[in-house]
Design a protein around this ligand. Sequence first.
Ligand code: ATP
Length: 293
Amino acid sequence: MVDREAAIRVRGLRKVYGARAAVDGIDLDVAAGEIFALLGPNGAGKTTTVEILEGYRRRDGGEVTVLGVDPAVATGRRAAADPAARGWRRRIGIVLQGTGEFDELTVGEVVRHFARFYPDADDPAAVIDRVGLTGKVTARTHTLSGGQKRRLDVALGIVGRPDLLFLDEPTTGFDPEARREFWGLVRDLRATGTTIVLTTHYLEEAEALADRVGVIAGGRLIALDTPRQLGNRDSALATVSWRTPDGTWHRTESAAPTAVVTDLAARFDGEVPGLTVTRPTLEDVYLDMIGAR
Ligand code: ATP
């Protein structure tokens, strides 16, 4: 997908369970080619929102367009009569939380099997290589580690060369090295034009990958920005810390940390012992936003 049309357009989305709105009027646009991360505490409404976009849940109100098609129409009874709706499912890749087990089948067999569902599937061996499972191609899936099962999930999500890929908490259970490798894979996918919607509880994952972050709490979108600017983080006060020769630590908050450091450098006549200058992390602003601090 090379054009910059909106891959996803959501207006006034509502979903009610009993008397309670799980999604309570969300507006959202995701541009084609963007990596968009949805953050929010447990029960905020992320899965409900994403599953409506994927066509797995019906909405109670609002408008939704995903790759130019209403998912409710694309997965509804009249879909067969609509050419755009018919191809829709195959243009979307979905990596759900924790599947990755296919009894006695091997990694290679499972990926080749899924590839047959798509008219223009990628080469299974190349896909297995991209997710770092080449050494496991003949391994039965139940013998894989948790992280390797997630990689297999990702292989199945991308083997159909989707225009839009949903990743639901993709790196849960990964060790730090596997997580970084996975981020590289996601960036490679974006470089080939894939739009990616990611839900995650790892703030550093959102920071490393996302072009924009949406924060959902109580069924509403309470913030939407780049990771760098979320919650006015880029203009927040900086904390400058340093140590005096008697071993005492000092810290001050400032809107002009450069001036503070220049002043300290003059005072110490050079290197300032233990100097650090920090601004709020994405996690700091996020926790403030959801009222968890
Ligand atoms: P998590 O981070 O824990 O996955 P989430 O943000 O994905 O949470 P949702 O799963 O969308 O949250 O749930 C939003 C709210 O809707 C919660 O209060 C949940 O209990 C409720 N809910 C979700 N699915 C159903 C359902 N099928 N029936 C009734 N209530 C539901």
